[in-house]
Ligand binder design. Structure first.
Ligand SMILES: [Zn+2]
Length: 176
């Protein structure tokens, strides 16, 4: 049975530490970690989670776009577990979009991201995957990939005036 893990909050050094590569085959501990990350992400209504966010400095994250109370417009897809990921190409085109983070509760910020990326990673069996992402899944991928490098979305904002408390975000921005 998966266990809910405690989420590291902004200010915790683990969020500022580059994550270590994960060796294959995966250990039982790492398999359990991935199951627990999925459960913890779902419990918190997240659309992605990275291992450093549950205090494990390992190069693993999950991207799981789906509609939920925080992202009602998300298109549902099966969760992608990306291990030892690398973004190999980034579109010149940037798009701004609102992001939140389970490690930064209560805040939302408008963040510029590459609209399209080409990413390389390993799946849970160690198979190498090369895959293109665009729009919301690409945004999540870039957000989670940043977590593996000690970067949070606040660092990617070009204007901190585009930061909002979640309640104000829901009241003003989400209504257009
Ligand atoms: Zn985050």
């Amino acid at each position: 049975m998966p266990v809910l893990r405690q989420i590291a909050l902004l200010g915790n050094p683990v969020l500022r530490t580059p994550a270590r590569p994960v060796p294959f085959p995966l250990s039982d501990e790492v398999r359990e970690l991935i199951d627990d990350m999925l459960a913890t992400m779902r419990e918190a209504d997240g659309v992605g989670i990275a291992a450093p966010q549950v205090h494990q400095s390992l190069a693993i994250f999950i991207v799981a776009p789906r509609p939920n109370p925080r992202y009602p417009d998300a298109v549902e897809g099966p969760p992608i577990v990306a291990i030892n990921p690398e973004i190999v190409e980034r579109s010149a085109e940037m798009v701004r979009g609102w992001e939140g983070c389970l490690s930064i509760p209560g805040l939302r910020g408008e963040v510029p991201r590459h609209r399209r990326i080409l990413a390389r990673y390993q799946d849970v069996r160690g198979e190498h995957v090369v895959r293109e992402f665009e729009d919301f899944p690409a945004r999540i991928f870039q957000h989670e990939d940043d977590h593996l490098r000690g970067v949070v979305f606040l660092d990617r904002m070009d204007d901190l005036r585009d930061l909002a408390c979640e309640r104000e975000y829901a009241r003003r921005v989400a209504k257009g």
